[in-house]
Write a new protein. Structure first.
Length: 129
């Protein structure tokens, strides 16, 4: 990730909280609580997760008296790129071809979607030397 940050991952619970913050842009824990389905996690659980995310460098906050309004420091696109690269490196030897082959062989990607991907690739500018 940018600025030579340590390679960090999100647990399932942390990712759920980050998804909320990425959607809300900024929020107090009480506002985040409203977005959870039932059964809702405990307020203290969400508060703890947010503080962990802050220590990991994913979240920042603004203080308003005793309250903290949290916001994402790591943008969703940045984490998505990092996660996909990590998954590809760990499971597909860094090869998009192996990933695509896996998706096709497991019927997760059909021919129409492959054609759409090819069209996107055709429009992409070649790297500049």
């Amino acid at each position: 990730m940018k600025n030579k940050r340590k390679k960090l991952y999100l647990t399932k619970a942390e990712e759920e909280v980050m998804q909320i913050l990425w959607n809300m842009k900024k929020a107090f824990v009480r506002d985040m609580m409203k977005t959870f389905g039932n059964p809702k996690p405990a307020y203290t659980t969400v508060s703890t997760i947010v503080r962990i995310l802050e220590k990991k460098g994913f979240v920042g906050h603004n203080e308003f008296g005793n309250s903290h309004e949290y916001y994402p420091i790591i943008q969703k696109d940045e984490y998505r790129k990092y996660s996909l690269k990590t998954m590809m490196d760990n499971y597909f030897d860094g090869s998009f071809r192996q990933l695509a082959s896996f998706l096709v062989s497991n019927e997760d990607l059909d021919i129409r979607e492959l054609e759409e991907i090819l069209e996107i690739l055709k429009k992409k500018e070649p790297p500049k030397n």
